[in-house]
Design a protein around this ligand. Structure first.
Ligand code: NDP
Length: 226
């Protein structure tokens, strides 16, 4: 039977690339965009259905959960994220900018995952949070983008709590680093194409089905230091 993945934040970049890759491997894909006008590229892909969602809006998350009631997800892939106040060191960023960055990258993904968890296959489902190597407390500092890295470290930290609260279940949790990828966020100088990263991530997610536990890894399957 076909497997089903829900990808949060698939209007462009890695989310759109993941939708194409999962689809090309025969998966049913539910992909979210913030506004219906962003659905064009996704609508061209076979086996993809599009839902509207703003991850930061609890009412929007709740409405999606209710629309998807009865759907069983093999994979929930929480990809959406923001770069934050680019180029600004922590002491120059405003309270609003920092709040938006940490809410979007750390708090909203976990709230969404908690709300949608009842839809995830409890025997062998996978929940993926899109992290970054910059979120590694061991290796991230000094690599630049310190506020962004800290927001992904916060995501990793909150994910560990989420895993602890999951208790005995067959659900696997992955904190994924996609590599440095050419997207609006990654920029033109990034070495990796979206297709390469997406292919690698889909391979890692597929391998993880039914394995259990929580791992921080990259698109090639290499484990990363927390
Ligand atoms: P992009 O900026 O190209 O895309 C970001 C995606 O997130 C868009 O689809 C955007 O939607 C969506 N999004 C942002 N905020 C929200 C929200 N509140 N609700 C719903 N969707 C939202 O980034 P990438 O594709 O490069 O990045 C994807 C993920 O990978 C992010 O979490 C990023 O931090 C992470 N990452 C990326 C790396 C890279 O090199 N590119 C490296 C490491 C990690 P919209 O179009 O509406 O703005």
């Amino acid at each position: 039977m076909n497997k089903t993945v829900l990808i949060i934040g698939a209007s462009r970049g890695l989310g759109l690339g993941l939708a194409k890759q999962f689809s090309s491997e025969g998966w049913q894909v539910i992909a979210t965009v913030r506004t219906p006008q962003q659905a064009d590229a996704l609508s061209q892909i076979p086996r993809v259905s599009v839902e509207t969602l703003d991850m930061n809006d609890a009412a929007s998350v709740d409405a999606l959960a209710r629309r998807l009631e009865g759907t069983q997800l093999d994979v929930l892939f929480v990809n959406a994220g923001v770069a934050g106040p680019q180029g600004k060191p922590a002491n120059l960023a405003t309270e609003t900018e920092v709040g938006h960055l940490f809410y979007t990258n750390a708090v909203a993904p976990l709230r969404l995952a908690e709300r949608l968890l009842p839809l995830v296959n409890t025997k062998q489902g996978v929940v993926v949070f899109m992290s970054s190597i910059l979120g590694s407390v061991e290796t991230g500092p000094g690599m630049g983008m310190s506020l962004y890295g800290a927001s992904k470290a916060a995501l990793n930290h909150m994910t560990r709590t989420f895993v602890a609260e999951l208790g005995e279940t067959g659900v696997t949790v992955l904190s994924m680093h996609p590599g440095w990828v050419k997207t609006d966020m990654g920029g033109e100088q990034a070495p990796l194409e979206v297709e390469t990263s997406a292919r690698g991530m889909v391979e890692q997610v597929t391998k993880a089905l039914g394995t259990g536990g929580h791992r921080y890894l990259d698109y090639q399957g290499d484990l990363l230091p927390w």
